[in-house]
Design a protein around this ligand. Structure first.
Ligand code: ARG
Length: 469
């Protein structure tokens, strides 16, 4: 046979072509062309595997590899080739391009394999690369937060719970709290890459390849460290994509918290942070406005990242075993989520690095004596009182101060002693901002020494990962 009736990958048993609208509907090339570099790599490895089982000669493999190189170059040189192609999907595109280059020899390339395993292999390679690049971006944000923590070391911040003044902390401690969250995201990304790292080639459409190809060699060739264990599972498993989307949703959720804090801190009410011009926009009406749109958009885009995870989970729910065409719906949400989170991380890292803090304002607000009321209870505990009793007395003292309309630290000592005779001048001296911070140098605490150690630890962890930006 030297000719075929059309260039389709599956036309033989059909009398009529597909309905026009349906045909448009089922095509995936408009988005899966993004996997072309991986598809070409899989073709290189697969043809070597076919040589191993005697389907192709060494000379044929050389010809095919040279053709794949030319296709690679042409893709890079002529973007319109992809835009204008009428290929159904990236596998069809590649086969057509090979036929154009090689004629009937190209028809041998698909021996023993299926698009089901091809698309799984391509998508796994994409996720491995994507997760690695996302780790670099997340690490850059962790670095930006750590650098700011280092720069502002010693500056206090009125720590809050329930958005109410709680206890003093260091601004650096706050920044490192965000850095910790993104460090966990690094681990999740690593897990997603690991879960993608298994080569499905040799699984066939579902039953495994009928030619005894060397699956280990195929995996090695493609940069996978292992092979998938079950051909039926391999053509339908998208857990690696779920893992990646979960990692992205985690990053987006953490970014939305950083965004919310940043929007609040830049507000006139807080006035802690000065928004960098580079990451703000103005108002078309109010000349004085500088709006934190970068953070608002980051916070806002979190919705679609979460939705991408839900979208794939919903697609996968209730699918029978084996490959189903539903699985084609896995790529668009993942590509979109990947692109958005990449941009979100880059912008967040830039905005964090360029944010300036108003340290006078931070110090003034952190000087609120209400933040030191727990210190008073603790001072009473150090004088032998049970904590619950000390808490009650400190509360009564705070209430008396409220009644007298002054900070509790400015109550006359005799008024304090009427409520709690155990309080003396030494106890009051224990209730300062500096003393409060200095008592919290235990690991993980907000004392300056502890925070300095935390910065060092974070940097060591980052460089061990080899993920420093
Ligand atoms: N375009 C399909 C997908 O993304 C890949 C191949 C389809 N396989 C098939 N037997 N129709 O999942």
């Amino acid at each position: 046979m030297t000719d075929r009736k059309d260039d389709k990958l599956w036309g033989g048993r059909f009398d009529r072509g597909p309905d026009k609208v349906f045909d448009e509907f089922q095509r995936s090339f408009s988005f899966d062309h993004r996997l072309l570099p991986f598809e070409l790599a899989v073709n290189r490895a697969w043809t070597k595997a076919l040589q191993g089982v005697g389907i192709l000669t060494g000379e044929e493999v050389e010809q095919i590899h040279a053709a794949l190189d030319r296709i690679d170059d042409r893709i890079a040189a002529t973007p319109a080739w992809i835009a204008e192609s009428d290929a159904e999907d990236l596998h069809h595109f590649t086969e057509k391009a090979l036929v154009e280059e090689l004629g009937p020899l190209a028809w041998k390339v698909h021996t023993g394999r299926s698009r089901n395993e091809l698309v799984a292999a391509d998508f796994r390679l994409f996720v491995m690369e994507a997760a690695a690049s996302m780790q670099r971006r997340a690490a850059a944000l962790v670095n930006a937060l750590a650098s700011q923590a280092e720069h502002y070391l010693g500056v206090p911040l009125a720590g809050m719970t329930h958005m109410q003044h709680a206890q003093p902390i260091l601004l650096s401690h706050f920044l490192l709290a965000h850095a910790e969250a993104f460090s966990r995201d690094l681990a999740r990304l690593a897990h997603a890459a690991e879960s993608a790292d298994a080569c499905p080639m040799g699984s066939g459409a579902l039953a495994g390849c009928s030619f005894p190809v060397d699956r280990q060699a195929l995996a090695r060739d493609l940069g996978f460290s292992r092979i998938t264990a079950n051909s039926l599972d391999a053509v339908s498993d998208r857990d690696f994509a779920l893992d990646y989307l979960f990692a992205l949703a985690g990053i987006a959720t953490h970014l939305s918290r950083l965004a919310e804090d940043s929007v609040l801190f830049a507000s006139q009410e807080f006035a802690y942070a000065i928004l960098p011009d580079e990451y703000a926009t103005g108002s078309s009406l109010m000349p004085q406005k500088k709006n934190p749109d970068s953070w608002e958009l980051i916070r806002g885009k979190t919705g679609r990242i979460t939705a991408a995870l839900l979208s794939l989970l919903t697609t996968l729910k209730g699918l029978p075993s084996s490959y189903q065409r539903d699985l084609q719906e896995d790529k668009e949400p993942l590509f979109a989520a990947h692109d958005q989170v990449a941009a979100m991380l880059e912008i967040a890292a830039g905005a964090v690095s360029k944010t300036q803090y108003d340290t006078d304002r931070l110090r003034r607000v952190a000087a609120d004596p209400a933040l030191l009321t727990t210190e008073l209870a603790d001072a009473l505990v150090r004088r032998g009182l049970p904590f619950r009793r000390a808490h009650d007395l400190a509360g009564l003292i705070f209430r008396e101060a409220e009644r007298q309309k002054r900070p509790w630290t400015e109550l006359p000592l005799e008024d304090i002693r009427k409520i709690a005779p155990e309080v003396d001048a030494a106890a009051l001296a224990e209730c300062t901002l500096a003393a409060s911070l200095a008592r919290r140098n235990l690991p993980g605490g907000t004392g300056e020494e502890a925070v300095r150690a935390a910065i060092d630890l974070l940097k060591t962890r980052l460089s061990k990962r080899g993920a420093t930006a």
